[in-house]
Design a binder for this molecule. Structure first.
Ligand code: MG
Length: 134
C-alpha cells in the first residue's frame, strides 16, 4: 500500500487523520514540524505528503519549497492542509510547489479523492497550472 507522510503539529489532528488513513489501508509515517517533515521525506521516501501549513521550526510553505527544490523529493506529490480558507492561501500553496490543497477540518472522502488522484498520476486540482509531472 502507498506510504503517506503526514506532517502535522497538532496532536489531535495528527492522531485522528493518521488513524483514518491507516483504516483505509495506507501506511502512515508522521512528522511534527516542517524540518523533521523534510528529513522524513528523504529517509522514508513516501508516495505522498500531507502537510499542515502552520507548523513550528519550518512552516509548511517553506518545507514544501525545500522538498520541491531537491531531486530526491521533488517528484513526491504534496497536499497542503490549512485551517485558512482564504483564497490567497491557494496561490501561496501553489507558489510553494504544492500539488493540491485542502482545508481543515478535513472531510475524509474529499481528501481521499485528492490523495487517490495524485497517487494514480491524474494530478490534483493544481495539475493544470504548470506543475511538472516528471
Ligand atoms: Mg499546525
Amino acid at each position: 500500500m502507498p506510504k503517506i507522510l503526514l506532517v502535522e503539529d497538532n496532536e489531535m489532528n495528527r492522531d485522528m487523520l493518521s488513524r483514518r488513513l491507516l483504516r483505509k489501508g495506507y501506511q502512515v509515517v508522521l512528522a511534527v514540524d516542517g524540518q523533521s517533515g523534510v528529513e522524513m521525506a528523504q529517509t522514508q521516501a513516501p508516495d505522498l505528503i500531507l502537510i499542515d501549513m502552520s507548523l513550528p521550526v519550518l512552516d509548511g510553505w517553506e518545507a514544501t519549497r525545500r522538498l520541491k527544490a531537491v531531486a530526491a523529493t521533488k517528484h513526491i506529490p504534496v497536499i497542503a492542509l490549512t485551517a485558512h480558507a482564504m483564497s490567497g492561501d491557494r496561490e501561496k500553496a501553489l507558489e510553494a510547489g504544492c500539488d493540491d490543497y485542502d482545508t481543515k477540518p478535513v472531510e475524509l472522502l474529499r481528501l481521499l479523492g485528492k490523495i487517490e488522484a495524485l497517487l494514480s498520476g491524474n494530478g490534483g486540482e493544481m495539475a493544470s497550472s504548470g506543475n511538472p509531472t516528471s
